[in-house]
Design a protein around this ligand. Structure first.
Ligand code: ATP
Length: 283
């Protein structure tokens, strides 16, 4: 492959990806590309197939048919662990943190796991390398949690835990980061802070985000893919998708896009105002 060809190879390519559960087609012949360094959102109403598609990308689920490529490499038959080692990082819809450990140890554990060292270091701090410690400290700092790094994770606020989950994912040194509903349950101030965190991530890190909070989606993403009943019904720049009559008509007829999503804020006239300034996190 030439340098030019490499430069335009998408970070993620899906070719006719389908997942069936018996008679139900959860993901239906989806083809899309995510540009390297892109900020790409995957939206759609509950049950549209978003989480299933993430699992097909991460290797948590096998595809029924179709291909998944990372940076041009076909990983369809590769395990989730192999994909993680190849640079696929993710946060989960439901927290995967160890609440009785501190944030630094949560992050170090993820780094250690990817390094293939298992959990033995937990019983002996001497087994934890300084490289892992440095990486954990850096990742915790990257998400703005240095001041909270030694307290019990269970005492963090909801928003801080979601920040920590990003740090845990960063510790696996991803090239492609999947964020599954990171702002679920966040206050407007927390989700604004989260948006700043995503914006501060390295530009060469590709981020794909599933999110019901469309304010956040439209702030963060350059491109949006819309799933409906497993099928991709729109895919393109944010402004085009937001105005796309196919998206509006497919779901609503005359309504607004925001009304499509169960967890989305109400229409603009009654929507809570998203602050433009950063507020302090409650301790
Ligand atoms: N293991 C499974 N077995 C059978 N059906 C499943 C399974 N997992 C998901 N489904 C179905 O596949 C469809 C897509 O589900 P999925 O969770 O991917 O949607 P989603 O867009 O992520 O929804 P949400 O926004 O509510 O998280 C749904 O109809 C769901 O019930």
């Amino acid at each position: 492959m030439t340098a030019d060809a490499h430069a335009v190879t998408p970070a993620l390519t899906l070719r006719n990806v389908t997942k069936r559960y018996g008679a139900l087609t959860a993901v239906d012949d989806v083809s899309l590309e995510v540009a390297k360094g892109g900020r790409h959102a995957l939206i759609g109403p509950n049950g549209a197939g978003k989480s299933t598609l993430f699992n097909l990308v991460s290797g948590g689920l096998p595809t029924t048919s179709g291909q998944v490529l990372f940076a041009g490499e076909d990983v369809t038959s590769r395990s989730a662990a192999w994909r993680a080692r190849r640079g696929l990082g993710k946060t989960f819809q439901h927290s995967s943190l160890f609440l009785s450990m501190n944030p630094l140890d949560n992050v170090a554990l993820a780094a250690q796991r990817v390094a293939g060292k298992g959990m033995s270091w937990l019983t002996s701090s001497a087994k934890r390398t300084s490289e892992i410690d440095d990486l954990a400290e850096q990742c915790v700092a990257d998400v703005g949690l240095t001041d909270r790094s030694h307290i019990m994770t269970g005492t963090l606020s909801h928003g801080e835990r979601r920040q920590l989950e990003v740090a845990v994912a960063l510790a696996t040194r991803p090239r492609l980061l999947l964020l599954d509903e990171p702002a679920a349950g966040m206050s407007p101030a927390e989700s604004q802070r989260f948006a700043e965190l995503v914006r501060s991530l390295p530009q060469d890190l590709t981020v794909v985000i599933i999110e019901h909070d469309l304010d956040l989606v439209f702030q963060l993403a350059e491109r949006v893919s819309v799933l409906h009943l497993g099928a991709l019904i729109a895919d393109g720049p944010v402004d085009e998708v937001r105005e796309d009559p196919r998206v509006q008509q497919a779901y609503l007829g005359e309504g607004s896009l925001e009304e499509l999503f169960h967890d989305a804020p109400p229409p603009a006239s009654t929507a809570p105002t998203v602050p433009t300034t950063t507020e302090e996190t409650p301790a």
